[in-house]
Design a protein around this ligand. Structure first.
Ligand code: Z15
Length: 826
């Protein structure tokens, strides 16, 4: 069986010998943790091992910091509410080149690296694609020697742990820090005060100038925790700085002053709640007060940190854009724009016009969505109460902006109203995407199609006003984690064929193209895939107690549960196959054995998503045991899909399901990971699927479904899902089978909530794309039967998707937006 770390030593030379590593490990265990080797628990061993590995990164980290400070070069500050990091130990072993030494040294002590590594709880500080993208980007920034810092929140509880109770999602807290994190460095000494509430005042300063100040009502401390972000194949180690909320001493004082101990402790709880838990929403914001507090909390701390700690003392802030570019990862950190204005104008006394000019040069905004309901708005009432000065600043920005719009389009009052940062209906609220667009130099979408739709639809007025502000940067994924680490079998095969340069230059995978024609290479490629399936089957057996065949086609759909992603379409395909067999239209023995694997968390408040999860589990229960199917069709739905599971599952996949309704998925990044690991995609022309399709070619991709303009036409014509149901026997058969109670012990109402929506509304045109999807799946069946041709296609998918390295994304950001330069540590 392949293990996570077995091949990694080949990519880098080790900074330690087995002897020195062993003695450091034992020293950590005894003298830092106070534990004897003979009595160490698995967690003791993990902590000591992590601290041992960490020790070999620290000198490079400190050298990176001092090199960058000395050079005064322009830095990238990535502002993101989420970082979905995944396990840290294997990545650190890969980056340091210590994997083999660690394995041997532990073995000499009678210990097993993989067993110890399995103790790690991944930091789940993100929901899905957006958080994982941030993690890939900081990996690439470090690998490319770019001075960069990631700023975010150290949530005490990460994304919930999902379990299934009677097939329905239940959420458990994720106390990922309960045993401490060996990877973090706390700096309570560098805490920053962050204010909230209060009021604003006008006053005349010593020079006789009219100014405004914000008198904060209360404040909390933001305590920074630093994490090393090691680059691969370089000495550079960057920093991820996550903020944790702590009550100020003012709360303690209240105990004495008011004598109300309980109230004081309650106030402390309120303060520390700010970084308590990540909001489990993905692509649909909740508009909760605590969420806005989180956003301002980390953004205010990050700006203060950069200005006061990173820039030299007395730095002229009218030049801040020469030293840093703040990248806004979606609208979550957009309150940073008025915050920088407040600092420049109120605190530094810089005139408004200069401050605004500087601010706009300092920020850039990445939009990650097309769903109108996903665009954040904050009510004027809430924003004005929580951040009164920021609301005033937003109003002034808006006033000046609307004057500019009226000047550019005289008499077009409708346009001015459309473009206002303030929406009036259904309540007065601040449109954060508009504020971001106005306050940034560049606005980018995350795939070609998405960027085009931003220009043409979501932000059309803005792109008419400022066409050159808009650009595209197609997303990418780090080949370190998602190929070198997660798929050692394939990584070794590639390296044997073309050398190891691909790890830092993924376009070199092109050199694999001729190997697609090589029968013995194809056979080795199939052997790797088969071994990855075995590895996955073993994992799922012990992790979930699910028994799966290893010699089946692995058809995989893993992503957040969302209607627009259309897990229902995949499920209808499965039900259709079952229904056809029941009706005697299809012989089970003619079905290629398939394991349909789902992995998906639903936002806890998203009723439809949770019902769909229940339906998938209900169908699985019947289908997996149906004698009629002779085991040829299985559904595996392991609970709690996360990065750890993704790293085992993606390398085992044959077929990647990327079936969102065209025009809804901004990019997708799972789609890239699968193609890179040699799965073929069945997908729509949505998000980055379009670019994958163009690169790999039509013969190596199962394309189906309406295109975005066709979707618009169908919707404009008045879409009637019922007509598709009535007009399609096999679709009607599948839906009727669900409605008959076949998956709910005869209960005909069990899935009424899902089915009535599908037949009455079907916002995401599942029924309209059904037949095209089933037809495409029939082509999959035929194609898979020819294993030589399938492997050829799979190899070409690997060879042609080097474009999707996050290193390329970062290079695009550098060229098109950031203009920062590498600063390698010597
Ligand atoms: C999120 O994960 C994404 C967009 C959002 O607006 C939010 Cl709030 C969360 C995803 C997109 O859905 C996905 O298409 C994209 O690949 C990913 O961000 C990274 O850009």
């Amino acid at each position: 069986m392949h293990t996570v770390t077995e091949n990694t030593q080949r990519f880098s030379s080790s900074p330690a010998t087995v002897e020195s590593f062993t003695s450091e490990f034992v020293r950590q265990l005894r003298y830092e943790q106070g534990v004897d080797l003979g009595f160490a628990s698995s967690d003791d061993l993990y902590q000591a091992l992590a601290r041992t590995v960490r020790r070999y990164m620290i000198d490079n980290w400190l050298d990176t910091l001092s090199t960058q400070t000395a050079k005064g070069a322009k830095a990238v500050a990535y502002l993101s509410a989420e970082y979905l990091m995944g396990p840290q130990l294997p990545n650190a072993l890969l980056a340091t080149g210590l994997a083999e030494v660690a394995r041997d040294s532990l073995a000499a002590l009678g210990l097993d690296l993989d067993e110890i590594g399995a103790t790690e709880v991944e930091p789940g500080l993100g929901n899905g694609g957006l958080g994982r993208l941030a993690a890939c980007f900081i990996d690439s920034l470090a690998t490319m020697d770019i001075p960069a810092v990631g700023y975010g929140i150290r949530y005490e509880y990460g994304i919930f742990r999902q379990t299934f109770v009677d097939g329905r999602q239940a959420e458990q807290p994720d106390p990922w820090l309960s045993k401490g994190s060996p990877w973090e460095f706390a700096h309570p000494d560098m805490a920053v005060e962050v204010g909230f509430h209060g009021h604003t005042e006008r006053y005349t300063d010593a020079a006789g100038v009219e100014r405004t100040r914000w008198v904060r009502g209360d404040c909390v401390l933001a305590v920074p925790y630093n994490y090393m972000v090691p680059g691969y194949g370089t000495k550079n180690v960057n920093t991820l700085r996550l903020w944790s909320a702590k009550a100020t001493n003012a709360f303690d004082l209240q105990i004495f002053n008011a004598g109300d101990y309980e109230a004081a402790v309650r106030a402390q709880t309120v303060a520390e709640n700010i970084s308590k838990v990540i909001y489990p929403e993905d692509s649909t914001p909740q508009g909760k007060e605590l969420r806005l507090k989180q956003q301002y909390f980390f953004v205010a701390a990050s700006l203060a940190d950069f200005i006061n700690q990173t820039l030299p003392q007395g730095f002229d802030l009218t030049k801040i854009h020469e030293r840093v570019t703040f990248q806004l990862n979606d609208t979550h950190p957009v309150i940073a724009i008025p915050e920088l204005m407040r600092i420049l104008v109120d605190e530094r006394g810089i005139d408004w016009a200069t401050a605004w000019d500087v601010t706009r040069k300092t920020f850039n905004y990445t939009c990650h969505t097309l769903l109108p309901e996903a665009l954040e708005v904050w009510s004027v009432e809430l924003l004005g109460r929580l951040l009164p000065r920021h609301l005033e600043i937003i109003f002034q920005i808006n006033e000046e902006f609307l004057a500019e719009v009226r000047k550019a389009y005289p008499g077009d009052e409708l346009r001015a109203r459309r473009m206002s940062i303030i929406q009036e209906q259904p309540e007065r609220a601040v449109r954060m995407a508009f504020l971001a667009s106005i306050g940034s130099s560049k606005i980018n979408g995350v795939a070609e199609l998405h960027s085009q739709l931003l220009r043409d639809k979501v932000l059309n007025d803005f792109s008419e006003l400022w066409p050159s502000k808009f650009t595209n940067v197609t997303n990418g994924v780090t080949p370190r984690r998602f190929l070198a680490l997660s798929n050692p079998g394939l990584a070794n095969l590639i390296t044997e064929a073309i050398g190891e340069g691909w790890v830092k230059d993924l376009e070199r995978l092109r050199e694999l193209e001729p190997f697609a024609e090589d029968a013995s290479f194809r056979s080795e490629f199939r052997a790797v895939k088969a071994a990855n399936k075995e590895r996955f089957v073993e994992l799922i057996a012990q992790r979930d107690g699910i028994e799966l065949p290893a010699d089946a086609m692995y058809d995989v759909m893993v992503k957040r549960l969302h209607e627009y992603k259309r897990q229902m379409l995949k499920l209808l395909h499965v039900v259709t196959l079952y229904d056809r067999v029941l009706r005697g239209e299809l012989r089970a023995s003619d079905i290629t054995p398939r394991v349909v694997t789902f992995g998906a968390k639903a936002a806890p408040g998203y009723k439809m998503a949770k019902e769909i999860i229940a339906l998938i589990n209900a169908v699985a229960k019947v289908v997996n045991h149906a004698p009629e199917l002779q085991g040829r069709l299985q559904i595996a739905f392991p609970a709690n899909y996360n990065v750890t599971l993704a790293e085992k599952l993606i390398p085992a996949a044959d077929l990647s399901e990327q079936i969102s309704l065209a025009g809804k998925e901004a990019s997708g990044t799972g789609n890239m990971k699968f193609a890179l690991n040699g799965a073929l995609t069945i997908g729509t022309l949505d998000g980055a699927n379009v670019e994958i399709y163009d690169l790999v070619g039509d013969e190596h991709f199962f394309l189906f479904g309406l295109t975005e303009p066709q979707v618009a036409d169908v919707v404009d014509a008045g879409y009637k899902p019922g007509a598709y149901y009535e007009g399609n026997r096999s679709l009607k058969g599948a839906i009727d089978l669900i409605a008959s109670g076949a998956f709910s012990n005869g209960d005909r109402n069990a899935f009424e909530f899902v089915l009535s929506d599908l037949l009455g509304k079907d916002r995401f045109l599942v029924l309209a794309d059904y037949q095209a999807y089933v037809d495409a799946q029939d082509k999959v069946e035929v194609a898979y039967a020819d294993q030589e041709a399938w492997s050829r296609s799979a190899i070409l998918n690997v060879a042609r998707t080097g474009f999707f390295s996050s290193d390329r994304s970062i290079q695009d950001y550098l060229d098109r937006i950031w203009h920062a330069k590498p600063q390698p540590v010597r």
